[in-house]
Design a protein around this ligand. Structure first.
Ligand code: AMP
Length: 511
């Protein structure tokens, strides 16, 4: 069957394997057949309650079977799903509800009260709770959507203080998933774990690789995340064969000291993506698990999860400094843009990593200015619309054409897999009463426990560090809140008058 809409992956697997476990999370589990008819009914309910084709429908749900039910139902209603982080502060959620012009939002008993408490605008929305069983019939629906229609919008940190909504179509996901399933030879015999939050695009791999093949998908629930070493026995008990995760998870599991050679008898793929993969971590995993295939994948949300990959065939040397991010996947081209603006994929070339291809996003929802800045015309011609996405990452092409990730050209960081613009934290910091000046800095130590976001502030008389910390907590997601705050009487400056980030870093982290 040729799939044009991603929910058709699920329906086709439900037809082939109705009784098979589709999704589980903690004690909850649902079969393909049951989830298929439940989401058909729920999609009908959404349409009956007023969902129109092309609506953006946010889901305010913790990770669980309900969240997957919401995603499939929204897609089946010919709408676009927008996963929200239920731990985010109200103003951030409000800004997303406003940007998507949401008219419906999906909740359940565990989240409805919080949504109503932190978002006054929820009172004007149709709040659909998944705890009330749908009354509509569960038979298949007809879809009006085309594969170029937007399947999901994921919001990522924005340097000006407003999150950016990346728009990804069905076709972009299908192009990525077809390649993944082929490359990793996934089938209905596989068992996938989903570690990434659903508002992070790494989850795209888990959901749609499972739905396309009819594999079972086990969601790593929040409690398990808090006590990560428990995940080792969980991965074994669930018989997980394919684990896609951020390198931080690999590091934490290794550091727990509980990894044993027989921990994962079923595991055959570990795919690391989303941040720098430390060579030492892979080396130690490879020593423990010589039969598992390890892959480093790279890409920003704006190109649909990953555009390059590197299968790690040899154990990295103890003195290796980096693992390549590899070569482009099918239907994607990756270049570096040199200082003079020209593109190159030739060995030795260095510059900003830019990406062209089938899965490059449409841009940022309702934000043509930031879209124009990041998605530019291919500088090689001006004959037709040919966008390339400028990642802001710096890279170097190695002797065999593999790309090495070198760093960032701006203030974007990765902290425990989360993509964060230090500028977003700064803009929130500067809006706090009593904060006269402030810069946000990041200690990107190779030692995991030392990684830390910090802030240097100049405060008005009467304002304390504690006031600032409390205000930040109320306005930023927990993973963005600076853990170290230092107070200065004057902001250190560079000769041209800008805040001196190097000195600020020393004052915060090495006082
Ligand atoms: P996100 O949009 O959250 O997936 O974050 C994308 C950013 O994460 C990229 O622009 C890189 O800065 C970083 N990133 C993703 N994958 C890798 C990787 N394999 N190695 C180094 N950095 C990565």
């Amino acid at each position: 069957m040729v799939t044009t809409l991603v929910q058709q992956y699920f329906s086709e697997s439900a037809r082939r394997f109705p009784a098979k476990l589709a999704v589980s999370c903690a004690q909850d589990a649902i079969s393909y057949g049951e989830l298929e008819s439940r989401t058909n009914a729920r999609a009908r309910e959404l349409r009956r309650r007023g969902a129109r084709r092309g609506d953006f429908v946010p889901l305010f749900l913790k990770k669980g079977v309900h969240a997957i039910e919401a995603i499939l139902s929204i897609l089946k209603a010919d709408c676009t799903y927008v996963p929200l982080d239920t731990t985010s502060p109200g103003p951030r959620i409000e800004s997303i509800l406003a940007a998507t012009r949401a008219r419906q939002v999906i909740v359940d008993a565990a989240t409805e009260a919080r949504l109503r408490e932190i978002c006054p605008s929820a009172a004007r929305l149709d709040v659909v709770s998944l705890d009330r069983a749908p009354e509509d019939p569960g038979d298949p629906l007809d879809y009006a959507n085309l594969s170029i229609d937007v399947a999901y919008v994921l919001f990522t940190s924005g340097s000006t203080g407003t999150p950016k909504g990346v728009m990804i179509s069905h076709q972009m996901i299908v192009d990525y998933i077809e390649w993944c399933v082929e490359t990793y030879a996934l089938s209905d015999r596989d068992v996938l774990a989903n570690h990434a939050p659903l508002y992070f695009d790494n989850s795209t791999f888990d959901l749609y690789c499972a739905f396309k093949t009819g594999a079972s998908l086990h969601l790593v629930h929040d409690d398990l995340n808090l006590i990560m070493p428990k995940m080792i026995s969980w991965l074994r008990e669930r018989g997980v064969t394919t684990f896609f995760c951020v390198p931080s998870v690999m590091t934490i599991l290794l550091k727990s000291g509980r990894l044993a050679p027989d921990s994962f008898p079923a595991l055959r793929h570990v795919i690391a993506a989303g941040e720098v993969l430390p060579p030492d971590v892979v080396r130690r995993w490879m020593e423990l698990y010589p039969d598992i295939q390890f892959t480093n994948m790279y890409g920003p949300t704006e190109i649909t999860v990953d555009c390059t990959y590197h299968v790690i065939r040899e154990k990295p040397d103890p003195d290796a400094t980096a693992i390549p991010i590899g070569k482009p996947r099918r239907n994607m081209e990756v270049f570096v843009r040199r200082e003079d603006g020209s593109l190159s994929a030739e060995p030795g070339a260095e510059g900003e990593i830019v990406v062209r291809g089938n899965s490059v996003a449409y841009g940022y929802l309702g934000d043509p200015e930031r879209t124009r800045a990041a998605f530019v015309q291919n500088p090689r011609h001006d004959l037709f619309h040919d966008p390339i996405y400028c990642t802001g990452d710096l890279g170097r092409i190695g002797p065999d054409g593999s790309i090495l990730f070198v760093g960032r050209r701006d203030q974007q960081i990765k902290y425990m897999g989360n993509r964060i613009e230090l500028g977003e934290i700064e803009s929130v910091l500067l809006k706090i009463d009593g904060v006269l000046e402030g810069v946000v800095v990041f200690n990107d130590s190779p030692v995991m426990d030392e990684k830390c976001i910090g802030a240097l502030v100049v405060l008005a008389p009467g304002t304390t560090k504690r006031d600032v910390a409390a205000a930040l907590q109320g306005r930023l997601p927990a993973y963005m809140v600076p853990r170290k705050i230092a107070v200065a009487t004057d902001m250190p400056r560079t000769p041209n008058g800008k805040s001196d980030r190097k000195v600020a870093w020393d004052l915060v982290f090495a006082p």
